[in-house]
Design a protein around this ligand. Structure first.
Ligand SMILES: Cc1cc2nc3c(=O)[nH]c(=O)nc-3n(C[C@H](O)[C@H](O)[C@H](O)COP(=O)(O)OP(=O)(O)OC[C@H]3O[C@@H](n4cnc5c(N)ncnc54)[C@H](O)[C@@H]3O)c2cc1C
Length: 383
């Protein structure tokens, strides 16, 4: 029996590779090793589950046993990998077990960034980055009323909309002066802000949290202005950091993510990386669509047909039901300007270069219907 392809991580990236590889090769031994429960679920469903009537249990599509038999793979769940020995082609598990691989796939995801805050309530700030976090969040949410969210990016705004829609009082604070500051020009930011305010979200912009304290069983978030927001629960969503430590300790090249080429191959032979942990030709893209494309390419490569990944334009739907929004942000190293048309019904913002070429867009409200016509005009994210 040859050594298996070992996939570290059971998130969307790990499962994309397992599923695509099994399609291409019904026989190849595949093992998945994961620090979590090892089941399959769609992470994007976590930030609108209240208003879509989902729970942590109903979001889980299949537990590790079901997925192992469905895909004919072995899954070792609830066990962390502590080291990779690339010359011996082995990994070390926290229980002391050592496993040999033929090819290794790192699908380790990313950690939520925790701000360095003062106060005796800091340890009770919640983040939601996986299904277990979400289960805990829903337990703590029970019987609560006022929620403060630190961060008005994509995940913060989606949670704010979901919580407000479910009847919670929601305060959101952000260092930026608008929601989705990294994705939207200011007119579009103002439009979505008004829509979210209309469903009951209160924003505090150009504000940073200094401390979070627990006073008489409640949380108090103190802003740099001195204003204090009372809350029953504080949720932080200020960004992600790729999980690179395991790769770094093994001597692989890491930067913002685990550095890979277009074959998704790390600096070590037979070790690949995909998903939120990977940096593909300088880009860390923590979204589902890049995983879908990369999963197919990597499966072909693992089965003996080296296949570089190509990314077309990959617009992201923001799941704010109060304001339909789709964005395809321009690459950070291109120059151009936003051309913005605003009406009562929506915002159409096009990012164009000096020759009028479309490099990115943000479509809100009624303008979302232009997505199909505009997307083919965008350049590919990775040729
Ligand atoms: C709330 C929320 C909403 C989102 N909504 C959208 C959306 O609408 N659209 C979109 O495109 N994207 C969205 N995203 C982003 C998208 O969900 C992620 O890009 C994607 O799920 C990442 O998958 P992954 O497999 O790379 O990482 P993860 O799902 O984080 O999986 C990492 C896996 O690695 C395992 N692991 C880590 N370290 C070890 C170790 N040492 N040993 C063993 N196992 C280990 C973990 O247990 C886990 O199984 C959202 C993200 C969040 C948090």
């Amino acid at each position: 029996m040859p050594d298996p392809v070992i996939i570290l991580g059971s998130g969307l990236a790990g499962y994309a590779v397992a599923r695509e590889l099994r399609k291409l090769d019904p026989q190849i031994p595949i093992m998945m090793v994961s620090a979590d429960h090892g089941g399959f679920y769609s992470k994007p469903m976590l930030s609108n589950a209240l208003t879509t009537g989902k729970t942590a249990d109903s979001i889980l599509n299949g537990d590790a046993d079901k997925m192992a038999s469905q895909l004919n793979i072995k899954i070792q769940a609830q066990v962390r990998v502590t080291a990779i020995d690339k010359s011996e082609r082995t990994i070390m598990l926290e229980n002391g077990e050592r496993l040999s691989y033929s090819q290794l796939v790192l699908a380790l995801g990313a950690d939520q960034i925790c701000l360095p805050l003062d106060g005796n309530g800091v340890d009770e700030i919640l983040t939601v980055n996986d299904l277990d976090d979400y289960r805990h969040f829903r337990e703590v949410l029970e019987g609560k009323k006022q929620i403060s969210i630190i961060g008005a990016g994509l995940i913060g705004c989606e949670f704010a909309n979901d919580l407000a829609g479910a009847g919670f009082e929601v305060n959101v604070l952000d260092i930026s002066n608008q929601p989705l500051g990294r994705l939207l020009p200011s007119e579009a930011g103002q439009f979505i802000q008004k829509k979210l305010e209309a469903v009951g979200v209160t924003f505090h912009f150009s504000s940073t949290a200094k401390s979070v304290d627990k006073v008489d069983g409640r949380m108090c978030v103190t802003l740099d202005s001195g204003q204090v927001l009372a809350a029953d629960l504080v949720l932080s969503s200020v960004g992600l950091r790729s999980r690179t430590q395991l790769a770094k300790d093994a001597g692989l090249t890491v930067n913002r993510g685990i550095v890979v080429n277009q074959l998704l191959q790390t600096s070590a032979e037979n070790i690949f990386a995909i998903g939120d942990c990977a940096e593909v030709k300088g880009k860390v893209l923590p979204f589902v669509m890049p995983i879908t494309h990369a999963g197919r390419a990597l499966a072909a490569t693992l089965s003996g047909n080296p296949t570089p990944v190509h990314y077309p334009a990959m617009p992201v739907m923001v799941k704010t039901s109060a304001c339909q929004t789709v964005v395809s942000p321009p690459d950070s190293d291109v120059s151009g300007t936003w051309q913005v048309e605003t009406s009562q019904e929506g915002v159409k913002a096009l990012f164009q270069d000096a020759d009028g070429n479309l490099l990115g867009y943000a479509l809100l409200g009624a303008a979302v219907k232009e997505k199909m016509a505009l997307t083919p005009q965008l350049p590919p994210v990775l040729k």
